[in-house]
Design a protein around this ligand. Structure first.
Ligand SMILES: NC(=O)c1ccc[n+]([C@@H]2O[C@H](COP(=O)([O-])OP(=O)(O)OC[C@H]3O[C@@H](n4cnc5c(N)ncnc54)[C@H](OP(=O)(O)O)[C@@H]3O)[C@@H](O)[C@H]2O)c1
Length: 291
């Protein structure tokens, strides 16, 4: 019998938190979203997902939200406009979350990291991600860590405005794009699978495509004539002198586009299931956007 029945999610309202929370709910878990803004969470999450107020900056709210829960799924991010010295959800926030999870005797913590966490580039966000991994492994709570490639949701939410795609930089390597719903089903399997404790999984989808290739396929599935505008990374970096958020985007794209991704998810597929959603199937589930 699976001892994990109730799962709390921190970051449930995020781009990737939503499909994972829905997949956990559909797999039969009782899901509770620990959210800073209850009204906003209620607007984006299905009614069957319980919402309680909690903030990763407030350990007491985390303890209250985690009371009686078995599992914890973390879908946090470094905010695009953030600076190195800020309080980050994946550093001090994570410290608070893990302290509360230890006190409330959470049986498993699952964490969304990124495949590029081991990129050799020098960027403080990569350090935050790597320190987060060390914190989780040191917490003493059985963990499952996911290292995903690019999510198809990025095409929809971050790059798609009608048929116009604004690309920062040029891709050198293909990525095995995955849909959040496929990943969510893998997360659900991991919570149901005792052997997924203290394990790390590469998360990749069915087909390798460059960033441009994926963007064009996504746009073609929604519109007849995709129009890709390319902004060179060097230009975005110059713009980044005036905008934290542009600097962040130039850095993340520089990291992702230079990462030599290879297929590494064979073990994940055999233990947690094989992702099948194509870019076209993903696009079919998205509402067409106006230009
Ligand atoms: N995009 C990709 O292709 C990709 C690939 C690999 C890995 N990843 C990783 O996936 C992770 C999640 O990305 P995402 O795009 O889903 O992030 P996101 O949309 O920014 O979501 C972040 C979540 O954290 C919550 N949050 C922020 N501050 C909080 C606080 N103080 N207390 C409690 N909750 C707080 C937000 O809640 P509010 O609704 O209140 O703001 C939101 O639900 C990132 O770490 C990213 O590196 C992404």
């Amino acid at each position: 019998m699976n001892p994990i029945k109730k799962i709390a999610v921190v970051g449930a309202t995020g781009m990737l938190g939503i499909p994972v929370s829905v997949a956990l709910m559909e797999a039969g878990f009782e899901v509770t979203a620990l959210a800073r803004n209850i009204e906003q969470a209620r607007r984006v999450l299905p009614a069957a997902i319980r919402v309680v107020a909690a903030d990763v900056r407030d350990e007491e709210s985390l303890r209250a939200g985690l009371r009686g829960q078995d599992g914890l799924y973390l879908s946090l991010s470094v905010a695009p406009g953030a600076r190195k010295g800020d309080l980050h959800t994946e550093s001090q926030g994570l410290e608070n979350v893990l302290a509360a999870a230890c006190e409330e005797k959470i049986a498993r913590v699952a964490y969304l990291s990124a495949m590029v966490h081991d990129s050799p580039r020098r960027w403080w966000v990569l350090d935050v991600w790597r320190q987060a991994l060390a914190r989780i492994k040191k917490s003493g709570i059985p963990y499952t860590i996911f290292y995903p490639t690019n999510f198809m949701e990025t095409l929809a939410e971050r790059h798609g405005t009608g048929s116009l795609f604004v690309m920062l930089g040029r891709a050198f390597y293909p990525n095995y794009w995955i849909a959040g719903s496929d990943f969510g089903r893998q997360v659900a399997r991991a919570f149901a699978e005792p052997r997924a404790a203290n394990r790390e999984y590469y998360i990749q989808g069915p087909e390798p495509l460059t960033y441009d290739g994926a963007a064009v396929r996504y746009a073609q599935a929604l519109h007849r004539s995709p129009f890709v505008v390319r902004v060179p990374l060097w230009l975005a970096r110059i713009g980044g002198v005036f905008s934290n958020s542009l600097r962040f985007n130039a850095n993340i794209m520089g990291t992702v586009l230079s990462y030599p991704e290879e297929f590494k998810a064979g073990q994940t597929w055999s233990e947690l299931g094989r992702p099948t959603t194509t870019i076209e199937e993903f696009a079919a589930g998205q509402a067409p956007r106006k230009v």
